[in-house]
Design a protein around this ligand. Sequence first.
Ligand code: ADP
Ligand code: MG
Length: 397
Amino acid sequence: MRTVDDLGEIAGRTVLVRSDLNVPLADGRITDDGRIRASVPTLRALLDRGARVIVCAHLGRPKGAPDPRFSLRPVADRLGELLGRPVQFAPDVAGPASVAAASALADGSLLLLENVRFEANETSKDDAERGAFADRLASLAQLYVDDAFGAVHRKHASVYDVAQRLPSAAGELVAAEVAVLRRLTSDPQRPYVVVLGGSKVSDKLAVIENLIGTVDRLLIGGGMCFTFLKAQGHDVGGSLLEQDMVQTCRELLESAAARGVELVLPVDVVVAAELSEDAEASVVPADAIPADLKGLDIGPATVGLFRQRIADARTVFWNGPMGVFELTPFAEGTRGVARAVADIDGTSVVGGGDSAAAVRALGIAEDDFSHISTGGGASLEFLEGKTLPGLTVLESG
Ligand code: ADP
Ligand code: MG
């Protein structure tokens, strides 16, 4: 993959950087700035070398038109604080305001464009539509750097098409993410344990299928465990259940057994009638979930079991919270598993936006992990062995 060093002299040149600044917001306030912080090293390095930097990024899922709820303006302020330099903000995406601000940029200064998904063509399936928007983006700059690991699995104008229109390279974050994930896909140290959670089996099906070929143990918690429990013949009450995935889960259980992969499911579950901060929670065996209650976290016996199946691992990849960690009564499972993953003597990698946010929200030191990936979907697709459009375009020759 080409790196910034392959771009030659960058002092005085205008560099368009695609960053991943897709942070969670509540009432216009940033609740977790991890992705902004992860974007800083590449930006700082370019600025220190005298480049004129234009950053583009997306936030949330606006419907291809400006929507103040998804404005990057609060992100501009936070980015400025973290960089310790002023950040100019253009209220459009490669429109008149961006063009004017870009042409007035001084060496070593930075301009952030408004949410790139305010342009419908950013995510268009039509090559010509995306291309037309990519032309406008490319006209702002002379060089392109992709540092948005969380978006490299997307064939979007600001990720894929623009890279074909300018001399392009991977930023430090993309390079670091790829290096870590390559270690997981080629010859990981064993035992290699993968812990999966989060809300949906269907989101993670492909990665589970692929991992059954490479891992020694697969531990499954979170909302997705209930479809597996159902596949084993247990009733799951009001828990999250993907009925149309039950047969698939049955097949996955069989294929894991046939390949000698240990697939570990919860043995107890924290249940409650409702999802709320003051919910009355109790612990029940995983095969005896009352019909009128929902499973919202793995139970303490499961935390112990998972910890024990993680402790001797030399490589762990963890994606997806073990429960609804956003609410105090259902956070202990995720905390316990995060702690167990952090404590191993080996390579520990966390992938997934919510999982990374959980680590920070639960107060576990980020440095206790070998790597916290900024890309949820992107890291999973990498592990599935898919070709990622945003990486392919950065490869040499
Ligand atoms: P990531 O972003 O790390 O890949 P996901 O997006 O797949 O993770 O899943 C995160 C969400 O899963 C969290 O918002 C969490 O509340 C939810 N979740 C976890 N366990 C459960 C459960 N038992 N029932 C409902 N939702 C759950
Ligand atoms: Mg998520």
